[in-house]
Design a protein around this ligand. Structure first.
Ligand code: SF4
Length: 371
């Protein structure tokens, strides 16, 4: 069962500006005009995976952590954050601004398929099974890509949050806290990072919430060092070892660089693996003439190719690996959000309740004290 909106309290859902009312060009023109009128009362955040028409209106672009950190430092004069990303990111910004800003997600259906693969009820059930059969303490670590209720679970149970940039440090800390680690929701980031830290695959098991007891025996739990949740990113799982083989045969001189949400086989086969920021910075710093095949979301890959025409930047996959939920944020939805702010009746305001916020912030603070 999915509980993506369990902590999300919103005013009524809005419909986008219709095509009958305004053409695409007219939407962009009005969007620019309303944006100007709203001035510094509003800040627009654009995640790296957004389409260009959305990024064109972003005051700040970044990955989920960079945007959340920016939100925490906003001046008092900023009243609204229009978050062009997905719901867990908007929740994180709401928590970090302590309810002093109104965080707006232009389309409430902009979720994250990976975040939706773990919910509080399933995590609670897993925790009671795992702690019953574990010899030694288990430390829970969650990837930031999850609902606030799971961040809260981690805070309540002595764990921390991580991002793809700091997963190595947070997991190292987690392993120092007890005998075992429960990592959710992304099995790939957990597996890739733990393996890099020297933990063999034989000491990792996967807990599948769709199966009784996660499909694990008490003995498997007791022997494992790391318990990985059966979750994945539908975008990054689209990159396969066949794509690696294809590029190696086609152009052995090209650097294959992938995000650690890709499978173990893909990250092992690539030349480099790292977070969105790592990929961007590596490509930026590479000399003219460098060639890359990049295993991450297609909007970002296309933008990098346009920004660095002196480098040959292609997608690792011949198919479009697009984050379809992120793609729900479109200029028509943004315009409706801006209009609602201007009339003083904002809609799609994301709010996390106080109890969830308290525990989630504890887990976030632990992460920030580690990295
Ligand atoms: S790219 Fe994957 S992890 Fe990121 S928001 Fe989209 S579905 Fe979620």
């Amino acid at each position: 069962m999915i509980d993506i909106y369990s902590t999300l309290k919103s005013t009524s859902h809005i419909a986008p500006v219709s095509e009958k009312e305004l053409s695409d060009d007219e939407v962009l023109k009005e969007l620019a005009a309303v944006r100007k009128r709203l001035g510094p009362r509003v800040v627009v955040y654009g995640h790296h995976y957004q389409q260009d028409d959305v990024i064109a209106f972003a005051d700040v672009t970044g990955d989920s952590l960079e945007l959340a950190r920016h939100a925490a430092k906003l001046p008092d004069s900023t009243e609204y954050i229009v978050f062009c990303g997905v719901h867990f990111m908007a929740e994180t910004s709401d928590m970090l601004t302590a309810g002093k800003k109104k965080v707006i997600l232009p389309d409430l259906r902009a979720g994250c398929s990976m975040a939706d693969m773990a919910n509080r009820r399933d995590i609670d059930r897993a925790w009671s099974f795992l702690t019953k059969h574990s010899v030694g303490k288990i430390t829970p670590i969650t990837y930031i890509n999850c609902a606030a209720t799971l961040k809260s679970f981690v805070g309540e149970n002595g764990g921390a949050i991580c991002t793809s940039s700091n997963a190595e440090k947070v997991i190292t800390w987690g392993l120092s806290q007890g005998e075992k680690l429960l990592f959710f929701p992304d099995q790939h980031l957990g597996r890739n990072t733990c393996f890099k830290l020297g933990i063999p695959l034989s000491e990792m098991v996967v807990y599948d919430p769709r199966r009784e007891n996660g499909g694990l025996t008490a003995e498997q739990v007791s022997k494992a060092k790391v318990i990985l949740w059966y979750g994945y990113c539908s975008v990054h799982q689209g990159f396969t070892p066949e794509h690696i083989t294809m590029w190696r045969a086609k152009d052995p001189t090209r650097t294959l660089i992938v995000h650690p949400e890709c499978s173990f086989e893909v990250t092992q086969g690539a030349d480099l693996a790292g977070s969105t920021s790592y990929i961007i910075n590596h490509i930026k710093a590479a000399p003219a003439g460098s060639k890359f095949a990049v295993g991450t979301e297609i909007n970002l890959v296309n933008r990098l190719a346009a920004q660095f025409p002196d480098k040959d930047i292609q997608s690792l996959s011949p198919y479009q690996c697009l984050c379809t939920t992120m793609y729900r944020i479109r200029p028509r939805w943004m315009l409706e959000s801006f209009r609602a702010i201007e009339t003083g009746e904002p809609v799609n305001v994301i709010r996390v309740d106080e109890e969830t916020r308290k525990w989630s912030l504890l887990a976030l603070d632990r992460m920030l004290s580690i990295v």
